[in-house]
Design a protein around this ligand. Structure first.
Ligand code: UDP
Ligand code: MG
Length: 331
């Protein structure tokens, strides 16, 4: 954290600044966790209001990403009961990244800053105090970074750490161990709104914005209830999307691979030519068959990789809308 983050003193020393902050929580079939998440978030926001750090215009906005369970009814009931809770209903399931974006872009019109966090209480709510302090000390973006991954399974830990390493090797500027738990000021959100891409990978876009930022470390908890909505297949798709949306290194690697194979093939050809004139050796069939299969495999997979970039360009050229808001409950 930076030297000028003065307001983070004791809990009962009121911060000199007071802002309207919206907390955006994407929800996809989250009926099991909503009662507890809403209770804990309400306590936190009310505590920050009483400390004078947040205005009473601050809101908790649950974004319903086309849930098929009782999530939206629960959000509507929470809003009826207490205007602190707001609801944003998307017209259908658009995936976590689009749900977060919908929340951020809608709320930036009303708030000085917006925090995004998951619904399942894996993101530590107590880190919000430090987020607000860093915001009040002049940081436009505050990244929540996991200090430990002990609650993750060994497999998730391994794949996630590998993911950050690979991304950085491919030249994508992302913050280590940061998911989508972050605060963004209104001007950072205005900048985010300028990025029109359909293949959305917020973790890659936000660092591109620039503006002063701070990092707040927190311990990631286990999902409070319900099941993960990010199975391995979706996680791999997000990782692939992240790399191909921010780096053309894979295509360059394919070119390098092609050159290497050409050189090796010329050597193999020379060897075969020489061997053909030496009856004791002859042309080894296995080598020829192996070479053919290897080059076919490499050519097809390289075409597949290039094809996936073309597919992305196709998506970007069409520039279809990323989400539609069906309902907004905001008082
Ligand atoms: N989520 C969403 N739309 C989806 C999938 C997930 O809005 O299509 C939300 C989900 O409700 C949760 C957050 O994204 O608040 C992260 O999902 P999850 O906790 O299932 O992912 P994990 O933590 O297991 O990676
Ligand atoms: Mg989770």
């Amino acid at each position: 954290m930076t030297a000028n983050s003065q307001p983070s003193m004791t809990a009962n020393t009121p911060s000199t600044k007071c802002s309207t902050v919206y907390i955006v929580v994407p929800c996809y079939n989250e009926q099991e966790v909503l009662p507890e998440t809403s209770k804990r978030l309400k306590e936190k926001v009310n505590q920050l209001i009483s400390q004078g750090k947040l205005t009473n215009k601050s809101r908790i906005v649950f974004v319903d990403d086309g849930s098929r369970d009782n999530t939206w009814n629960m959000i509507a009931a929470l809003h009826e009961e207490d205007p602190l809770f707001s609801g944003l209903k998307l017209s259908r399931n658009r995936g976590h990244q689009n749900a977060v974006l919908a929340g951020l872009l809608t709320c930036k019109e009303y708030a000085d800053a917006v925090i995004s966090m998951d619904a399942d209480l894996q993101d530590d709510i107590n880190a919000i105090d430090a987020f607000i302090d860093e915001f009040h000390s002049g940081h436009d973006i505050v990244y929540g970074v996991r200090s430990k991954r002990e609650t993750d399974t060994a497999f998730k830990r391994l794949t996630a750490e590998g993911f950050y390493k690979i991304m950085q090797k491919f030249g994508v500027d992302i913050i280590d161990n940061h998911a989508d738990y972050r605060l963004m000021s209104r001007r950072a959100l205005d900048a985010l709104a300028e990025y029109k891409e359909v293949n959305l990978f917020l973790r890659g876009i936000v660092p591109l914005i620039g503006y002063p930022y701070a990092i707040v470390k927190y311990e990631r908890a286990e999902r409070f209830a319900g099941e993960s909505k990010y199975p391995l297949k979706k996680m791999l798709a997000l990782a692939f999307d992240g790399i191909t949306s921010f780096s053309v290194k894979p295509i360059k690697m394919v070119t390098a691979l092609g050159v290497t194979i050409t050189v090796l093939s010329v050597l193999a050809l020379l060897y075969c030519l020489v061997a053909a004139f030496i009856p004791a050796i002859g042309v080894p069939n296995l080598v020829i068959v192996g070479c053919i299969f290897l080059s076919c495999g490499l050519i097809i997979s390289s075409l597949g990789l290039i094809g996936s970039y073309i597919g992305k360009i196709y998506g970007e050229v069409k520039a279809r809308p990323r989400f539609f808001v069906e309902d907004l409950l905001l008082k």
